[in-house]
Design a protein around this ligand. Structure first.
Ligand code: GLU
Ligand code: MG
Length: 450
């Protein structure tokens, strides 16, 4: 797609305003809008944005990060390939933007540029990544000021929960189709009012964009049905949390062959696949600060909730951090994939996927081994058994994950000093703000933010 094609497509759809969006270091989706008459020039010249916005946390508290003050700006330059005509907003379209400096080079603090850099590293190693984020969400109705009731109390996968949500789910299916985003399935989940609609896999950058469209679509379509959708990791402390598991496979750039597949292996997983898992597990404590980055994230990561809580891996093990997802009958070679359970929708998907690539590539470069597969729930092992198998409990707070990130030279180098400094400052300020308050404050400020 080029600028002219975007303009033509928007005109044909009767668009009046185009949202130029980005996901920031607080993992909030923000942006500015261009009227149709300005679209072509805004796409060519970018939309101005103050540098300070990448120092803003999820409570709109600006953090004192050197270089990210009120002086200076970058341009939000929309990616024409990310265009979606919005089925839930009148006469509107949206694109995801890269942050470009005034000298026309990519800004070091731009999360989408970070993912582009990591994808380029994969390409240097002869690979490309397919990824999908598996979105769970909880649907509520407002029951009074600040009071929310889940739309169902049905059981996991139950038809009673399906009935409670069938109108909104039908509208979601239509809304994704209208945006050219393929879904893989739909089912009610374990928690009250909890539902899941995994998206089909796509190249990594598109998969991250799709996660933005997922968040936007679920929230907006629910609102059109008189509901509130929460994508927060743990909107109800006593219910199952909302995960956003990351599935991925690695493909040979030249041959378009799934590099994870080896028919001779008991798990059908290739040696590069094992190295990649080992890299993810080795860096997981710090990686969590990117994949499960909010204060509320750590309320979800508990043993026995299928969210994972330990640095273990296993074939089809839903309590392991990394699950080797068995392939589909008849197409095992193309469909075998890996799943990171320790991810949720409060992440910035560009940072999460970029961090995952950096961790996995380190495992590949150093030919790390992930150790033996865990074939039981690691939460049922004794401390001694876990220690003997090299299985470790995750950091249990946002602050501890940020400490682990700062202590991880591979992830820090991948992010680069500018992005790492800004991100960590923003996230540390969120930790300080929430740690000083109670659970009600935490839920209030997470429940409908993502
Ligand atoms: N809701 C679970 C989580 O927090 C995941 C359930 C599942 O395996 O899909 O990750
Ligand atoms: Mg699920």
């Amino acid at each position: 797609m080029n600028i002219d094609q975007v303009v033509t497509q928007c005109q044909a759809a009767g668009v009046r305003l185009v949202r130029l969006l980005y996901c920031d270091n607080g993992c909030t989706i923000r942006g500015k809008l261009a009227p149709m008459e300005r679209l072509a020039s805004r796409m060519a010249g970018g939309q101005g944005l103050t540098l300070a916005m990448q120092a803003m946390n999820m409570l709109d508290q600006l953090q004192p990060v050197p270089g990210l003050g009120p002086v200076g700006e970058v341009r939000l330059v929309p990616d024409p390939n990310s265009l979606v005509i919005l089925p839930y907003a009148p006469h509107s379209a949206a694109m995801m933007c890269d942050m470009i400096k005034l000298d026309r080079t990519p800004w070091e603090v731009c999360p989408r540029t970070f993912l582009r850099r990591m994808i380029a590293r994969l390409a240097d190693a002869g690979m490309t990544m397919q990824a999908a984020l598996e979105g769970e969400f909880s649907l509520f109705r407002e029951a009074g000021p600040g009071q929310y009731t889940p739309i169902d109390t049905g059981l996991c996968f139950s038809t009673i929960s399906m009935a409670a949500a069938d109108d909104v789910v039908d509208a979601l299916v239509a809304a994704f189709a209208a945006q050219g985003i393929a879904i893989d399935a739909y089912y009610p989940e374990l928690g009250h009012g909890q539902h899941e609609m995994p998206l089909h896999h796509a190249p990594a950058l598109r998969a991250a964009d799709n996660q933005i469209w997922f968040r936007e679509t679920v929230r907006n379509v629910a609102a059109q049905h008189g509901m509130l959708a929460s994508l927060a990791p743990k909107p109800m402390p006593d219910q199952a949390g909302n995960g956003c598991h990351i599935h991925w496979s690695l493909w040979d750039l030249a041959e378009q062959r799934n590099l994870l597949y080896d028919p001779a292996d008991p798990c059908l997983l290739s040696q590069p696949g094992y190295h990649f898992i080992a890299g993810v597990l080795a860096h997981l404590p710090g990686l969590l600060a990117l994949t499960t980055p909010s204060y509320n994230s750590f309320r979800r990561l508990q043993p026995h909730f299928w969210s994972s809580a330990y640095t273990a891996w296993g074939p089809d093990n839903r309590e392991a951090a990394v699950r080797v997802a068995s392939g589909q009958w008849g197409s095992e070679a193309s469909s075998i994939n890996l799943e990171l359970k320790a991810a949720d929708a409060s992440c910035n998907p560009y940072l999460a996927l970029g961090g995952l690539i950096a961790a996995g590539l380190d495992g590949l470069a150093r030919q790390l081994s992930p150790g033996d597969a865990t074939l039981v729930d690691p939460g049922n092992l004794s401390d001694a058994e876990r220690a003997a198998r090299g299985i470790h409990r995750y950091p249990t707070t946002q602050a501890a994950a940020l400490d682990a990130l700062e202590a991880d030279p591979v992830l820090m180098a991948a992010l680069g000093p500018e992005l790492a400094t800004a991100y960590i400052a923003v996230k540390r300020s969120e930790y300080a703000a929430f740690a000083a308050e109670d659970v009600a404050f935490e839920i209030k400020h997470h429940i409908f933010k993502f």
